[in-house]
Design a protein around this ligand. Structure first.
Ligand code: PMP
Length: 414
């Protein structure tokens, strides 16, 4: 079967992650292949499935909506489903956190949100250049690629746009250089070519870049630097938002309010495409039609997104359980790190184990697949095993997955 897929002409070769089986059904923390074999999924759609596969609570609402012939394709028309989403987002997410944002639907996916943010900051400030960070990942369209750090991700096709400059991410120099020393020097040096940047775009925890977690103090420092130099701050929370690190927004711990926030992946709740760009009200300078696109009104996704916010974000229980489960994963990763000279990384349920030998993580991922666990790799040389179960993973499933990770690392390194 897999050979057939490998030779199907429709299967282009631009995607790197192919598990050697053919999946058919999915439920909760499991994917099942066509033979009915279950795989624990600690990849969770690269952060798109925080509430698990085919979450029954969300599925019920989706079926009801489809059965009553609710609007499917709404473009940017006002619909009941969109209104319910906006109200629930305000009531369950923004207001309890004291945040005030206008919501833009920039297109179906994360990269659409990043593109709209990059365009908007230029329009607001009248400045052109954008600061990104080493090892960042922001998506595959040309603007997003220009602020993506890993040149491998750009391939031969993604020539960076001019006016996009990478700066060192937190701990890039292993604590040997004071935070922002280089960045600030470049900003103050009129000959550096940085000019006056319009904005910085930052992930609080780099998922694709190798599970690199920035410290709240570093983020606060960045926020202050932005204010000092008239730069706007875009937080790309496409992968780490919707509770992946614990709180709904991954920047909450730092106590900052970014000017613009990009959200996608798990905001749709059910694995359906939906993206938001959150904009501080004073920055909404869009003219009608300036950033549009056909699939901005995914109403079935509004339905599942609304239900996810009602079920999981009416209180802080998901945040607490994610932090507790994440600490358990962290314990096991620390144990493995000490035993095998690896590095335990991440926070919440965005965790990783990094190896100096860049072949190891790929081998561990394969060994885990053989033991019926899906874990992917990340980092510039794919040197980190990335552990991102659904946030709804049960304690038993978590322990099973962790045991497989232990056994897999052991089988590769012992
Ligand atoms: N930003 C971040 C931080 C991401 O992790 C991703 C996807 N991995 C994107 C943007 C792009 O999102 P999409 O693939 O939905 O376009």
């Amino acid at each position: 079967m897999n050979d057939i897929f490998a030779t199907l002409e429709s299967e282009v070769r631009s995607y790197s992650r192919t598990w050697p089986t053919v999946f058919d059904r999915a439920g909760g923390s499991y994917l099942y292949d066509e033979d009915g074999t279950g795989y624990l999924d600690f990849f969770a759609g690269a952060g798109a499935l925080n509430y698990g596969h085919n979450n029954p609570l969300l599925k019920r609402k989706l079926i009801e909506y489809i059965e009553r012939d609710g609007v499917t394709h709404g473009l940017d028309q006002s619909t009941v489903a969109k209104r319910a989403f906006l109200e629930t987002f305000r009531d369950n997410v923004l207001e309890p956190r004291g945040l005030n944002y206008k919501v833009q639907f920039p297109g179906p996916t994360g990269t659409n949100s990043v593109e709209s943010a990059l365009k908007l900051v230029r329009k607001i400030t009248g400045r052109e250049s954008i600061i990104s960070f080493t090892n960042a990942f922001h998506g595959m369209t040309l603007g997003s690629l220009s602020v993506t750090g890993n040149s491998m991700k750009r391939g031969g096709a993604g020539i960076p746009l001019v006016h996009a400059t990478p700066m060192p991410y937190d701990d890039y120099f292993d604590g040997q250089v004071p935070d922002f020393l280089y960045f600030e020097k470049m900003l103050e040096d009129s000959g550096s070519g940085l000019n006056e940047p319009a904005a910085v775009i930052v992930e609080t925890l780099q998922g694709e870049g190798g599970i690199n977690s920035s410290r709240p103090a570093w983020l606060r420092g960045l926020y202050e630097l932005c204010q000092k130099h008239g730069m706007l701050m875009i937080v790309d929370d496409v992968q780490m938002g919707c509770g992946r690190t614990g709180p709904f927004f991954s920047f909450e711990e730092a106590g900052i309010q970014p000017d613009i926030v990009c959200l996608s992946k798990s905001i749709g709740g059910y694995g359906l495409p939906l993206a938001l760009t959150l904009i501080k009200p004073e920055h909404d300078v869009w003219e009608p039609g300036e950033h549009n696109g056909t699939f901005r009104g995914n109403n079935p996704a509004f339905v599942t997104a609304t239900e996810a916010l009602k079920q999981y974000w009416a209180d802080d229980s998901l945040e607490k359980s994610t932090i507790a489960k994440g600490e358990r994963v962290g314990e096991v990763l620390e144990e493995l790190a000490a035993k095998y000279g690896a590095v335990a990384k991440g926070r919440g349920l965005a965790r990783g184990l990094g190896f100096e030998d860049t072949d190891v993580a790929g081998k561990v991922s394969k060994a885990a697949f053989d033991r019926k666990l899906l874990v992917e790799t990340s980092g510039p040389s794919s040197e980190v095993i990335k552990i991102m179960p659904p946030l709804t993973v049960s304690d038993d499933e978590l322990e099973q997955g962790l045991q497989i990770i232990r056994d897999s690392v052991h089988s590769v390194l012992a």
